[in-house]
Write a protein that binds this ligand. Sequence first.
Ligand SMILES: [Zn+2]
Length: 435
Amino acid sequence: MLVFVINKHGKPLMPCKPSKARKLLKQGKAKVVKKEPFTIQLLHGSSGYKQKCIAGIDTGSKNMGVAVATEDGRVIYKAQVYLRQDIKENIEARRRLRRTRRNRKTRYRKARFLNRKRKEGWLPPSIKARIEAHYNIARKLAKIIPISEIRVEVGQFDTQALQNPEIRGIEYQQGEMQGFDSVKEYVKIRDNYQCRYAKLRPDIPCSDKLTVDHIIPRSKGGTDNPSNLVCCCEAHNIAKGSMSYKEFTGKISPKIEDFRSTVFMNVSRYYLVPMLQKIAPTKYTFGLYTRRKRKEWAIEKSHINDAIVIAGIKPRWQDDAWYYIRQVRKKKRSLHEEIPRKGRKQPNREAKRNNKNEKEIIVRGKKWCLRDKVYIHELSEAGFISGFTGKWVYVQDIHGNYLQLSDKYKQINPEKLELMYRNNNYICERFISTL
Ligand SMILES: [Zn+2]
């Protein structure tokens, strides 16, 4: 395990051994500024020796790997970051709730449609959040380690360069659609204006109006990608409803291409790399080189190991500590409750926040906030506050499993907790690998 060090001006220095850190703290020459990863700040003297540190980032839509290696092959930091997966769902829920509010009998509202415009550089929220998470992790890391270069993987192959060097980011997924006004029109032309289900379900007569059906329904996560769309008549579309292709036709569904991870990979190259440049000079590489080098160095595949390979320096020594970081939702700001009575004794007439959505509570003069890392003595385990009832708290471990003191109730009396430190959007757990 290493202790990270920053100088009195807050600039990062090389990490040191715990024994040295303990000595500095005892002599009053340093103070603790962060518990995880453990970081101290020197109170005097601002310079120290620095080595060239290279950060490797294995990008991903679910998991991200980070590693920092020094020039002479010492891996001084390793982390796996689990990113939020609920962005799309939350945005869709918001959209649904707003729609119901607007359709209610309510005061007159000015027409607010046909005034939407997407700014240049707009990205879907789920992808934007991921890109920002990658940037934030790198930025935080650069505060405790003197990173002199970042290397990042931006895709498996450099496919676009082979096809069209001018093509950029999200347009990649639209390549198939060029020259068509809309996806729907494209799908109708592609399918010769014929109902896909006419022969598969002859029991239902076709109607005149042509529509476009989602093979995997939108409600089940199907995308608007042309490979998920077929031309079909209104009658068949209504009959299919939210059934799957197999439920409706009894046949196996045609192959649907899922571009979501590809889109992310391509976006990362044109959006993430320039962002990382602000932190340190950034170079990018491709998956095939990572794979080749990993085999050459005979290292097992994992997010962290890929990051080490991406950093590009063959490891001679590795720190035994690694960090598992999970990106979490800071708090719920929405006042709209889908099920207004749940968890309430009285109807919510004043649009007051429900107890469970509180961001902090004060019990006997002690403040407990969402995401606080707490130690439960009775269990000898640490966890994170994930929610509140009036005066009690819910505690989960880093994987989202509840830590309970009784079989009956999930909530825990805060009197039984000890506050370790507070957190924002990232919660972190240190592991010591025995490898
Ligand atoms: Zn039909």
